[in-house]
Ligand binder design. Structure first.
Ligand code: NAP
Length: 305
């Protein structure tokens, strides 16, 4: 029986691992299919305090993992499919492995990229459609790409792609971006990025090779077919909570509902980071929640909830 199992290895999961390990609780961290979480698909992080010139997302997560290991956290990997409450403990069921039994659990599974509700999105993923410029941008060297979205992710994707693609068009459904001012300014100042405001993407056109064009529509209702090589969807995220449905209380968008800090409705299960935060969703806020979950879990184990 494990005392503490932390599911997820982004900033929330790894911070709770560092804190619970230092509290001599011997946490086991279960990493999913993307160890390190979403920060491993970004480039330089400029808003993580302490790094004047920013820090590479992958490096930050690798260092955090090493730090957690150094203070005593153990690591395992696998996809968790369900958590069941048993008599006085939890059974954490894995896809291809035996279940892990745990006294307490911190859910820090983050969120994944949303895609536009268009036919064939899943089929075209990797064949002209992507949700990650850092992962797939390489394939679009000197090619024509389009980014959809108006948040920080869309700005970041467009900036990244502008370094390799021959042309980047950023399409946003409204006439204002929701991204932070500094990210917007960088995009607006980039001569390689063309912006189409108040434009919707209606259709994707594909052949045997994959995506070759999209159909867009402006405010006046005019439709245009736009040839392209790659389409990057950056329209927000969805929390990874399928495996706790029916046990832990979720809101209408699937985020875990927390109360009094990081407690869930199930005593002994805590949640931290993007899996329960639809408002801030920053690396630094996720790390803060990971710390809070660890401290609250420690109190819970000691019997002071
Ligand atoms: P977001 O802020 O929720 O923005 C999503 C964007 O996609 C919005 O502009 C939204 O349009 C658009 N959108 C949503 N559904 C759409 C649809 N069906 N069709 C067309 N457009 C659609 O998501 P995000 O950009 O992924 O950012 C998530 C969080 O991570 C934010 O808190 C952000 O600050 C943070 N983040 C930070 C950094 C950084 O600091 N380096 C980088 C990336 C993300 P509307 O504006 O019209 O709603």
């Amino acid at each position: 029986m494990e005392k503490v199992v932390i599911i997820g290895s982004g900033p929330a999961g790894l911070t709770s691992a560092i804190y619970t390990a230092r509290a001599a609780l011997g946490p086991l961290v279960v990493e999913g299919v993307q160890p390190g979480g979403q920060l491993t698909t970004t480039t330089v992080i400029e808003n993580w305090p302490g790094f004047e010139d920013g820090i590479d997302g992958n490096k930050l997560m690798q260092d955090m993992r090493k730090q957690a290991e150094k203070v005593g956290a153990r690591f395992d990997s696998g996809t968790i499919v369900k958590i069941e409450k048993k008599d006085g403990h939890f059974e954490i069921q894995r896809e291809y492995d035996t279940p892990i039994l745990a006294q307490t659990v911190i859910v820090a599974t983050g969120a994944k990229a949303l895609t536009l509700p268009l036919p064939n999105v899943a089929k075209l993923m990797g064949y002209g459609v992507s949700t990650c410029a850092v992962c797939d941008g390489f394939f679009y060297k000197n090619k024509v790409v389009v980014v959809v979205g108006g948040g920080d992710s869309a700005m970041e994707e467009a900036m990244y792609l502008s370094k390799m693609a021959s042309q980047v068009t950023l399409i946003h459904r409204r006439d204002k971006f929701r991204a932070s001012k500094s990210m917007q300014e960088r995009v607006l100042a980039n001569p390689k990025i063309k912006i189409l405001y108040s434009t919707e993407l209606l259709e994707m056109k594909a052949n045997d090779q994959g995506l070759y064009a999209i159909v867009i529509q402006n405010l006046a209702g005019e439709k245009t077919e736009m040839p392209l090589d790659g389409l990057f969807m950056a329209i927000g995220h969805q929390p990874n909570t399928d495996f706790v449905k029916g046990l832990v209380e979720l809101d209408d968008k699937g985020y875990i509902l927390t109360n009094n800090g990081t407690h869930t409705n199930v005593p002994g299960i805590f949640a931290a980071g993007d899996v329960e935060d639809k408002l801030y969703r920053q690396a630094v806020t996720a790390a803060g929640r990971g710390c809070q979950a660890a401290l609250q879990l420690e109190k819970y184990i000691e019997g002071h909830v």
